[in-house]
Design a protein around this ligand. Sequence first.
Ligand code: SF4
Ligand code: FES
Length: 248
Amino acid sequence: MKLTLKIWRQKNSQTKGELKTYPIDGVEGDMSFLEMLDVLNEGLINKGEEPVVFDHDCREGICGSCSLQINGEPHGPDRLVTTCQLHMRMFNDGDTIVIEPFRAKAFPVIKDLVVDRSAFDRIQQAGGYISVNTSGNTIDANTIPVNKHDADESFNAATCIGCGACVAACKNASAMLFTSAKVSQFALLPQGRIEATERVLNMVAQMDKEGFGNCSNTGACEIECPKGISLENIARMNREYLSASLKG
Ligand code: SF4
Ligand code: FES
């Protein structure tokens, strides 16, 4: 395939960026999107030009670091996959592909396609730890009964990889899907109930402090989420927040 790439280039967070056009040839359907960018970068390096900077680590949909807005969609046109799992067979010979960083005030651009998502780390840190009795009378986790439905829902929430696609998909740049997944994974388990009140209040307060927008229930986050995190988590977090506020 021959493609035309329009890629966001930006020197650093202080400078203005712009879309630059790069033609690329010899792209195969079996290549991943990141492998296609590797080919582009090899060509740029061979010509003595600066390669395009983009985030990646595991390249198997686990770490959440790859994060590209591809033709206006976080992680591109496929569903339930991250950018590193997206294959070039989703595109056609002659296509023009626009590649930008995730856009949100709380995710400032560091360089080219890399954004600073440390706001997510601070939201998780605000959630704190769970209390575990280590006095010598520790109860074996396997002996604490957990309802099967709750265990499954908690596990599903815990599959959030913190990629930020939900924020990039939202017209308000809301982080509700991410935060609600992190709240839910503990709120659904007995071990997480001890600090549940404090946790939801602190995480929501940190989310607001970071400058993420409000949720207006459009559901774009759920559609673009590579892990299929459900909007039900947002509803659960709202219930948790309401009851925590009444207690507080
Ligand atoms: S909720 Fe989905 S889109 Fe948002 S950070 Fe988690 S995995 Fe990514
Ligand atoms: S590089 Fe780890 S999820 Fe894509």
